[in-house]
Design a protein around this ligand. Structure first.
Ligand code: GTP
Length: 636
């Protein structure tokens, strides 16, 4: 064997040896992987039936000789099973998270001391974002169970103090509540209520915490169920008494409010008085879980997308959104869809602006056309002047010619002939000129007619746009839920009244009204009931306005009141009427009275002050009213 062949042989043997080593390592790894897989499949067992079946099959495939083919068939099925299982797990986690949030919500509805209600609020916030992992559940459950224990023992303590009535046990009463806070819950009919109403009650007797008999309700002037929302008798009482008082005196209207209570006689129950469907009845709707409202939301969104008249460039986006909605949404998919919808709406508003800009551009082009018509008309006028000068020259030439001819005429006959010729020429020139002038006049009249039509069209369109803009502006100034003016309208009005006040002097005051414990209304009766309360309260407050008084919804459960030309005492009187009006609204739930109250912060404008500074003082006063027990008017 040559030296070269020897070297090749050695190289070949070495590579075989290396190949065998690699194969042994590969087998060892494969064996490890097989064992690992078998153990993993065993460990994962029990999480989901379909996944379990796939895992079992996998173990068999791994142990078989035909692993490649077996795995190729199994893996896609396993992937699908794992995905499905993951989705089911997510749904379960969502359900658990919703249930936990509901539990926390129920606890939050209880009158708990702040050292329990604050951590509860924190826990509610944590649950707001949903629970992503099951490992997060034990600490959350632990936290909830601890807080629930504390809440129960706090309530137990209240029960030990032997306070009558389930609702009183649940929500506490003013004597026990250092804040003296009224709680907007149904007030049960109880015998002592009649007594309370006949024993010249103090202000607290009107409090929601105390059982309120129908007689008391009637006595404070709650309107009949089938009457229009307006005109509870209490409010009329207040108005009468307010009218009798001198404007600059701050009256104790509370006394007027309380008076009728003392004279009240036992009367039918609230349920008898209002029935279950009166204008003040809070709907019995239990807030449904998302799955129950999803179809409605989808239908509404699709309806909205179909009704939108969209500029061409936004149509594809809306169509894509529509398809997403039509495929069905879960809770978490809804939020991005709403975000996208909001972006689309903003884009449409922008295109409204764009449309208007296009209109202005068109208007500009038309005005340019108009200008060029005017140019033509003035050129026509210039032509006319030129033609008149031309005529003048021609006439002069004719007359000169006539003179020359007359001087050169030898006899009367030739003179006559010359004269006739010259006059003929003159008449022809005059005729031609007249024709030309008529033609030009006609042309000019046509142009003027066209111009005046264009102007009329433009005026008509501009008027349409102005009306459309005004309509849009008015809509943008109204709060859609209550129909009251909104924050933007408020700013406009404040601005106007301030200028008037600065120029003419007098008085100007503003007040902030914030419904008390409104969160509890939502939590206890649902958001629909909350919305109904807001609408009715807004309606009632609006009906109390007089003269230049102005009310707006500032947002949420907050209203603002502007009182021009009212002295501080008169403004306080109006605020008190508003407070009593809200308290007197005979809301009821399943036949039981629900007392809803408002706290009010009032501030009068001082010389040199800006509106935001006055609002700040009113807000600080409102804060004090809340601190001092709510259902109060405080001055800032
Ligand atoms: N139904 C309904 N609820 C609203 C609306 N706007 C705001 N809210 C709710 O109003 C509640 C206001 O609650 P908070 O600011 O905590 O105040 P509150 O419960 O009224 O308590 P106090 O102001 O301290 O007496 C929140 O639960 C909001 O979700 C609305 O348009 N409709």
């Amino acid at each position: 064997m040559t030296e070269d062949a020897e070297r090749w042989k050695e190289k070949y043997l070495k590579s075989i040896e290396q190949q065998e080593k690699l194969e042994r390592r590969w087998d060892a790894r494969l064996d490890l992987l097989r064992r690992g897989l078998v153990r993993s499949t065993l460990a994962a067992e029990g999480s989901d039936k379909v996944v379990d079946a796939c895992m079992k099959e996998m173990r068999e495939v791994i142990r078989s000789d035909n692993m490649d083919a077996g795995l190729a068939g199994l893996i896609p099925r396993l992937e699908k099973a794992v995905l499905d299982s993951e989705q089911r797990r997510e749904t379960r986690m969502n359900q658990v998270s919703d249930a936990l949030a509901a539990l926390v919500g129920q606890l939050q509805g209880l009158p708990l001391p702040s050292d329990i209600s604050r951590p509860l609020k924190k826990l509610a916030k944590k649950l707001d974002g949903g629970v992503a992992q099951s490992r997060d559940l034990p600490p959350l459950l632990g936290e909830l169970s601890g807080l629930q224990g504390l809440a129960l023992s706090a309530l137990g303590k209240q029960a030990d103090e032997a306070r009558p009535g389930f609702l009183q046990r649940l929500f506490g009463s003013r004597e026990d509540d250092p804040q003296g806070e009224p709680v907007p819950m149904p007030v049960a009919e109880a015998p002592q209520a009649v007594q309370a109403s006949t024993e010249a009650p103090q202000r607290d007797d009107v409090d929601a915490l105390q059982p309120l008999s129908a007689s008391a309700a009637e006595a404070i002037g709650l309107p009949e169920p089938d009457l229009e929302v307006s005109g509870p008798a209490l409010i009329e009482t207040i108005e009468t008494s307010a009218a009798q008082l001198p404007q600059d005196d701050a009256p104790d209207l509370g006394a007027d409010v309380r008076e009728p209570l003392a004279e009240a006689q036992p009367a039918p129950t609230l349920e008898e008085t209002f029935g279950e469907d009166g204008p003040y009845a809070l709907p019995y709707a239990v807030e449904p879980p998302y799955s129950q409202v999803a179809a409605h939301i989808e239908k509404t969104l699709i309806g909205l997308l179909d009704d939108l008249s969209l500029p061409e460039r936004h149509k594809a986006q809306a169509l894509e959104m529509r398809e997403r909605v039509a495929r069905g949404l879960n809770w978490y998919e809804l939020i991005p869809v709403l975000d996208d919808l909001a972006v689309l709406m903003l884009a449409i508003t922008d295109s409204g602006q764009h449309e208007f800009e296009t209109y202005l551009q068109q208007l500009n082009e038309r005005l340019e056309g108009f200008q060029s018509h005017l140019h033509e008309a003035s050129a026509g006028h210039a032509d006319n002047s030129f033609a008149a000068r031309e005529l003048d020259t021609q006439l002069r030439e004719h007359v000169d010619g006539l003179q020359t001819s007359v001087q050169g005429a030898a006899d009367v006959d030739s003179l006559k002939h010359i004269l006739e010729n010259r006059l003929e020429g003159l008449l022809v020139t005059m005729d031609e000129h007249k024709h030309e002038r008529d033609r030009r006049e006609q042309e000019l009249a046509g142009r003027l007619q066209g111009l005046s039509e264009r102007v009329a069209n433009m005026e008509h369109e501009a008027l349409g746009y102005r009306e459309h803009l005004e309509e849009q502006r008015q809509k943008a100034l109204l709060d859609p839920l209550t129909g009251l003016p909104n924050r933007a309208a408020w700013s406009e009005r404040v601005e106007r009244e301030m200028v008037e006040w600065q120029e003419n002097g007098g008085h100007l005051a503003m007040a902030i009204l914030d419904l008390d414990h409104f969160k509890r209304i939502n939590d206890s009766y649902g958001h629909l009931a909350g919305d109904k309360v807001l609408k009715i309260v807004a309606d009632q407050l609006r009906k109390r306005l007089q003269g230049r008084d102005f009310i707006a919804r500032f947002g949420g459960e907050e209203f603002v009141l502007l009182l021009p030309q009212r002295s501080p005492a008169a403004a306080a009187q109006v605020a008190e009427v508003m407070r009593a009006t809200v308290e007197a609204c005979p809301f009821h739930f399943k036949g039981e009275r629900v007392v809803i109250t408002t706290s009010i912060g009032l501030a009068a404008f001082r010389s040199g002050e800006r509106a935001d500074q006055v609002l700040k003082r009113a807000d600080a006063a409102l804060y004090r009213a809340k601190e001092q027990g709510r259902n109060l008017v405080e001055q800032g």
